[in-house]
Design a protein around this ligand. Sequence first.
Ligand code: AMP
Length: 125
Amino acid sequence: MAVDATQPYDDQNIFAKILRGEIPNKTVYQDEFALAFHDINPQAPTHVLVIPKGAYVSWDDFSAKANDAEIAGFVRAVGLVARQMGLVEPGYRLLANTGINSHQEVPHLHVHLFAGQPLGPMLVR
Ligand code: AMP
């Protein structure tokens, strides 16, 4: 079910549980600001999720409330993961769903990183 990105942060969401170590994940990278792990239901040969360690519902929430160090750390982590996975030369796609019309399902900011094959034109539907 799609989430309303205007609602307060719910610390029982699945990515909050992953960050607390209550649910396992296949970690690709982590640092002070971010955790990257493989999506459980991959939509491309490479499908990694990068999440901030702070409690932010969406890109909107994060961009409005995170401090500069958190924003810089998270954005740099996304790029670092892509470079470490060798994805710059073949190319990759980033996607961050926010709210109901985007069909965001998990109310903790996550950037999808898709790669591993030609991804085609970006389609809205
Ligand atoms: P979104 O629709 O943008 O909110 O995407 C949520 C993503 O989280 C989906 O691609 C799911 O497959 C993925 N997901 C849900 N639960 C887990 C989990 N336990 N570990 C890894 N990925 C997950």
